[in-house]
Design a protein around this ligand. Structure first.
Ligand code: PLP
Length: 477
C-alpha cells in the first residue's frame, strides 16, 4: 500500500472508529447472528486477485459488524465490563505501525524501557513497594502459568527444569492451593506444568466467598503428612464470580511459615487499589512473590495487557531463559523474552503509558470511583426491592443477584425464571449480563466497568429487570 493510499484509508478507518465509538450504544450489545452465519457469508476460498480496500472495508461493515458483540457499549455488563479507551486505541495503532518486537532490549530499546517505566508508574499508583519487577503478558492465564512455573522452579533441589518430572520416583507429588472461587487459569497451569488437576487442592470459602485460611492450613498439614510437597498458594483479589477478596495477610503468613510461593491474582480488582479508599484490598500483597493485574479489564486498555509483577525476577528468569545464539547480546539491560515462553512480544506498554498520561492518576481514579458508585447504586436498589435479592457482597462494581418473587421458593423454578429473565434482557439488545452459580443458586451478574456506562444506563437496566419480572408474573398468572 503506497503512502497516499495508506493516508486515504487510514483517515477513513479513523473516521469510522470515531463514529462507531460515538454511536456504539445504538447497536444490539450481544451479536444476533447464529452459529455459522458469518462463516457462510464469507467466501470459502482465499482471494486470488488483489481486492480494493473499499470492498474489504465494506465487507467489514456489512458481514462482520453484525457478528460483533459490542464490549464497548455502555450496556455491556457481562463477565467484566471493559473499555478500549481513545488513548489506548491510538496506542495500539501506533504499536501496529511500528511493529517492533520487544523480545530483546536491542530489538527496540524504547519498548523495553517504556515497559519498565510504565509498570513502575503502575506500581506506584497501586501503592506496591519497591523493588518489584514487571513485564506485560497477553493474559492473566499466561501470567498465572508463569508464576506457578517459577514456584515449581523455586524447588531447586528437584531440578525439574533440567530433568523433568516423569520417570522420577524420587520427585514427590506437588501440591498448590487456591480457593474454590479461583479462576480456571489456576487449574490450567497445573495441567501444563505436569502437576495435574489433582495437584491443585481447592480450599473452601467462607460466607463471603473468601478463602478459608484455617482450612488452608489444615490442607497443607494433611498434605505434608501424606507425602505431598506443597509449593504455592494462589490468592485472588477480586474473584471472577463475586469479586471477593481473599484474606491475603493471613495467607502470606502461612506461605512464609511453610515456605510456599504466594501468587496474587488481582486481574480484575487490582485496579481498584488506585483509589486510596480501596488501597486496603492489596494489604499483604507486598509479601507476595508474584502479582497480576489486568489493565485490559478495568484500566481502559484495549485487549491485551496483563501486568505480571514479581519480587523474584531471578527465579522467573531461571525458569524461562534459554537464549539461542542468534538472540545473544552483550548489553547490560533486561531482555524481556527471558520472563515467559513467548519470544515475540508486542509493544503493549505504549497504550498503557498513553492511558496513564491521558487520564492521569486522578482521571483514572475518578472513573473507577464512578463505576463503584454505580455498582453500589444497583446493589442498593436490589436490596430495597422485595422481589429481588443479592446473592453475594458487592465490594466493587460487580453485583450478583436474582429475581426472587415472594412465595416462590422452589430452586428449579427460580433458576428457570432467572434464566428467562437473562435471555429477555440479553435478547432486547440494550444490555448484556452474564450469570454464575453461587452455592448452587443461579445468579445474574452485572459488572460495571465501561467508560460509557452512566447512571442513566444503570437505571435503564434496573427498569428492564423490573419489567422482565412483571412479564414473568403475567406469564404465571
Ligand atoms: N483471573 C481472574 C480473577 C479473572 O476474572 C480472569 C478473567 O476474567 C482471569 C484470571 C483470566 O484472565 P485472562 O483473560 O487475562 O487470562
Amino acid at each position: 500500500m503506497d503512502p497516499a493510499s495508506f493516508r486515504l484509508y487510514a483517515h477513513q478507518v479513523v473516521d469510522w472508529i470515531a463514529d462507531y465509538l460515538a454511536h456504539v450504544g445504538d447497536y444490539p450489545v450481544l451479536a444476533r447472528t447464529q452459529p455459522g452465519d458469518i462463516r457462510r457469508a464469507l467466501p470459502a476460498q482465499p482471494p486470488r486477485q488483489p481486492e480494493s480496500m473499499q470492498a474489504i472495508l465494506a465487507d467489514f461493515e456489512r458481514v462482520l459488524l453484525p457478528g460483533i458483540t459490542h464490549w464497548n457499549a455502555p450496556g455491556f455488563m457481562g463477565f467484566f465490563g471493559i473499555t478500549g479507551s481513545g488513548p489506548g486505541i491510538l496506542g495500539e495503532l501506533l504499536a501496529a505501525a511500528l511493529n517492533v518486537n520487544a523480545m530483546l532490549w536491542r530489538t527496540s530499546p524504547a519498548a523495553t524501557e517504556l515497559e519498565q517505566v510504565a509498570l513502575d508508574w503502575l506500581r506506584q499508583m497501586l501503592g506496591l513497594p519497591e523493588p518489584l519487577f514487571g513485564v506485560i503478558n497477553d493474559t492473566a492465564s499466561a501470567g498465572t502459568l508463569y508464576a506457578l512455573a517459577a514456584a515449581r522452579e523455586a524447588l531447586s533441589d528437584l531440578q525439574i527444569r533440567q530433568r523433568g518430572m516423569s520417570g522420577r520416583p524420587e520427585v514427590p507429588r506437588l501440591r498448590y492451593y487456591a480457593s474454590q472461587e479461583a479462576h480456571s487459569a489456576v487449574d490450567k497451569a497445573g495441567i501444563v506444568l505436569g502437576v495435574g488437576l489433582e495437584g491443585l487442592r481447592k480450599i473452601p470459602v467462607d460466607d463471603e466467598y473468601r478463602l478459608d485460611v484455617a482450612a488452608l492450613e489444615r490442607a497443607i498439614k494433611e498434605d505434608l503428612a501424606a507425602g505431598w510437597r506443597p509449593f504455592a498458594v494462589v490468592a485472588t483479589v477480586g474473584t471472577t464470580s463475586t469479586t471477593s477478596v481473599d484474606p491475603v495477610p493471613a495467607i502470606a503468613e502461612l506461605c512464609e511459615r511453610y515456605g510456599l510461593w504466594l501468587h496474587i491474582d488481582a486481574s480484575y480488582a487490582g485496579s481498584a487499589a488506585l483509589l486510596p479508599e480501596y488501597r486496603h484490598i492489596l494489604a499483604g500483597c507486598e509479601r507476595a512473590d508474584s502479582f497480576i493485574v489486568n489493565p485490559h479489564k478495568w484500566l481502559f486498555t484495549p485487549l491485551d495487557c496483563s501486568v505480571f509483577f514479581t519480587r523474584k525476577p531471578e527465579i522467573v528468569k531461571a525458569t524461562f531463559s534459554l537464549v539461542l545464539e542468534i538472540l545473544r547480546t552483550d548489553e547490560e539491560a533486561p531482555n524481556l523474552m527471558d520472563y515467559g515462553i513467548s519470544l515475540g512480544r508486542r509493544f503493549r506498554a505504549l497504550k498503557l503509558w498513553m492511558i496513564m498520561r491521558y487520564f492521569g492518576q486522578e482521571g483514572l481514579q475518578a472513573r473507577l470511583r464512578e463505576h463503584i458508585r454505580l455498582g453500589q447504586l444497583l446493589a442498593q436498589w436490589i436490596d430495597e426491592a422485595p422481589d429481588f435479592e443479592r446473592l453475594a457482597p458487592a465490594p466493587f462494581s460487580t453485583v450478583c443477584f436474582r429475581a426472587h418473587p415472594r412465595g416462590l421458593d422452589d430452586e428449579e423454578q427460580l433458576t428457570a425464571l432467572n434464566e428467562r429473565l437473562l435471555n429477555r434482557i440479553n435478547g432486547a439488545g440494550h444490555y448484556f449480563l452474564s450469570h454464575t452459580r453461587l452455592r448452587g443458586r443461579y445468579s445474574l451478574r452485572a459488572a460495571i466497568g465501561n467508560l460509557r456506562t452512566s447512571e442513566e444506563t444503570v437505571r435503564g437496566l434496573w427498569r428492564e429487570l423490573q419489567e422482565g419480572l412483571e412479564a414473568e408474573r403475567a406469564r404465571r398468572s
